[in-house]
Write a protein that binds this ligand. Structure first.
Ligand code: FAD
Length: 572
């Protein structure tokens, strides 16, 4: 009797907090609750899936780049999509709101998935089905034609697993990244590019539909026809407008085999002319995949794509490289099914006759489609075994307009990188602007053809020198007015972000205000600095606080006023 009187005098909420805290300490979750997170969060069901221990925090406090180290307050390992909805809603409604970032694989290089003092959502915990046991990769083959088939995938899923599942139906996504151990949500937040992009566009051009948790905690299904503004905002949106929990991705017939071709050039203008010629051809006459890279004597043997060449061939190319400041390699692939070998021979024969590589320097391999798409994995395992995978990666990827690619070669490959001694490939390949949907948030140069140049270098002792070279390259592009755009962008200042987005900046801000008005999501991108946040939040509360605070409502009136103010600030 006594005890029941005592219990009833304690508010039920505190009892829950007490029970949850006790439970947490039993399961080894006894670290003090962080002051940056509201105490009430502990009362939610999902609190048992929040980790505060050093191990969990340590795992998400850096990324593939190993250049940034940032401690979050906590890590949520969700057991369902509902956990993520609840967390975002809670933060949005709380007076003590906190920042949140979903983390796929943490394969960013400059802290884009890190959250100082906030909560990292480790989406990998959903990878093998949530509590509801629902499959998170479901293929919908089409009875009438493979081109109408699609797959529904959780944002946390790895592309390699998407490939395995779709291949069971003889189907495949059309557009890829070079490396497949990346998440669907992570690459769609950027663009997702590889050698198929010239033909099919980046991965973001091959999505039919998305499920999104906005920064207000609303779950919205969107597509080009339904809630198109959110759909296009999220694609290439750097995680700023919502968490992708499902993507519906277009499929096509999966070929069985690939004829993988590499052609060597010593003349840059011939190399790019042939790349551009190749991307202008249809699938029958041209390649299904086209990339290219720059080879120096050093990165020829040390880069993670070099398994293609035998030792003897490497010797021949190295001696060619020694006589020229750089050699270039066009990499193409033609897809085919068993029994079609002679057709591929014939088509490829005609194509190679049109191209101007160094005579005798054309090389071919036949491998399965699966092995071709997963080719970078072998390199990864090799580097891991040598302890060279978990080292700093000061990667820089830039999109260069076609009209200035020769200037770029002169200034960067032949001058700044003349004595490049670092490990890691230097990629260069063209894409067609028409294959990119300009309604997305992705930023690309303003020309019909532009090149992706990826300086995927790594090093421990060379780190400072590599960073200095990256700066020099960006400075060179700026001074020469080359009109480059960074891919997987990273900037230190607000002004640089505004320049990056150019005319798209106002729309980007409008969309941020509409879908994440409290600036909760993906702070590691550092797009909205503290000064900006102060002004931004002041505008939200000053103008129409009730609208902006309610989940599910937009605040266009705020947006107009905010943009006016932001323009005035830029002018000052
Ligand atoms: P993370 O690094 O975990 O996250 C990246 C950003 O997206 C963060 O801001 C994060 O908060 C946000 N995010 C993560 N999940 C979601 C989600 N579900 N919804 C919304 N936002 C989310 N890119 C290419 O385009 N082509 C390539 O060929 C390519 N090759 C690569 C090879 C290697 C070895 C590596 C390490 C990276 C490569 N990348 C490539 C870059 C890659 O696309 C990006 O790192 C991308 O962010 C995917 O990594 P991730 O899944 O680990 O995402």
């Amino acid at each position: 009797m006594m005890s029941s009187v005592r219990t009833s005098s304690i508010p039920p909420f505190l009892i829950v907090v007490f029970l949850v805290s006790s439970l947490m300490s039993i399961i080894g979750h006894d670290k003090q609750w962080p002051t940056s997170l509201p105490q009430q969060l502990q009362a939610l069901d999902l609190a048992t899936r929040i980790r505060l221990d050093q191990h969990a925090i340590g795992q998400v406090s850096t990324d593939f780049g190993r250049l940034k180290h940032v401690l979050p307050a906590a890590v949520l390992q969700p057991s369902s999509v509902d956990d993520m909805v609840t967390l975002v809603q809670f933060s949005y409604m709380s007076e003590q709101s906190f920042k949140i970032a979903p983390r796929g694989q943490g394969h960013s290089v400059r802290g884009q998935a890190l959250v100082p003092g906030g909560v990292v959502i480790e989406t990998s915990s959903l990878r093998h089905g949530g509590v509801d046991g629902k499959a998170r990769i479901t293929v919908y083959p089409s009875k009438s034609a493979p081109m109408f088939a699609y797959v529904d995938v959780g944002g946390e899923q790895l592309w390699i697993d998407v490939l395995w599942e779709t291949l069971k139906h003889g189907l495949t996504p059309r557009s890829w990244t070079d490396y497949l151990y990346l998440t669907v949500g992570g690459t769609l937040s950027n663009a997702g590019i590889s050698g198929q992009a010239f033909l099919h566009g980046p991965q973001i051009s091959n999505v039919h539909e998305l499920d999104i948790i906005t920064g207000k905690g609303n779950m919205i299904t969107c597509s080009a026809d339904n809630e198109p503004d959110l759909f296009f905002a999220v694609l290439g949106g750097l995680g700023q407008f919502g968490i992708i929990t499902r993507a519906r991705i277009a499929l096509e017939h999966a070929p069985q085999m690939v004829r993988w071709v590499r052609l060597i050039y010593t003349d840059f203008t011939k190399f790019v002319a042939d790349q551009e010629r190749s991307i202008s051809l249809d699938q029958k006459r041209g390649f299904n995949y086209l990339e290219g890279f720059v080879l120096t004597g050093y990165n020829l043997t040390s880069n993670w794509r070099s398994s293609f060449f035998s030792g003897k061939v490497i010797g021949r190319i190295s001696s060619l490289a020694a006589r020229h400041s750089a050699v270039y390699c066009l990499e193409g692939a033609k897809y085919y099914d068993h029994g079609m070998e002679s057709k591929v021979d014939e088509e490829l024969g005609s194509l190679l006759e049109e191209l101007n590589f160094v005579p005798g320097f054309d090389f071919q391999n036949d491998i399965t489609y699966m092995h071709f798409l997963n080719r970078v994995r072998d390199g990864e395992l090799k580097l891991r075994s040598m302890g060279l995978w978990d080292i700093p990666h000061p990667w820089l990827t830039i999109f260069v307009p076609r009209s200035r690619i020769v200037d770029f070669d002169q200034g960067v490959f032949k001058h700044i990188l003349k004595s490049n001694k670092s490990k890691g490939p230097i990629l260069i390949y063209p894409m067609n602007r028409t294959k990119w949907d300009e309604r997305t948030s992705a930023v690309i140069p303003d020309e019909e053809i532009f090149y992706s140049v990826g300086l995927l270098r790594s090093g421990v002792h060379e780190l400072e020198q590599l960073e200095a070279q990256n700066k020099e390259i960006l400075q060179f592009c700026k001074a020469s007015r080359i009109g480059c755009k960074q891919y997987l962008p990273h900037y230190e200042t607000q002004v640089d972000w505004m320049k990056h987005f150019g005319p798209q900046w106002d729309l980007f801000v409008e969309r941020k205000m509409r879908y994440d008005p409290k600036l909760l999501l993906a702070p590691g991108q550092r797009i909205f600095g503290s000064e900006f946040s102060r002004q931004f939040l002041a505008n939200v509360s000053k103008l129409t606080p009730s609208k902006a605070d309610k989940p599910g409502e937009s605040s266009s009136c705020n947006i107009r006023n905010f943009n006016e103010e932001s323009k005035r600030n830029r002018a000052n």
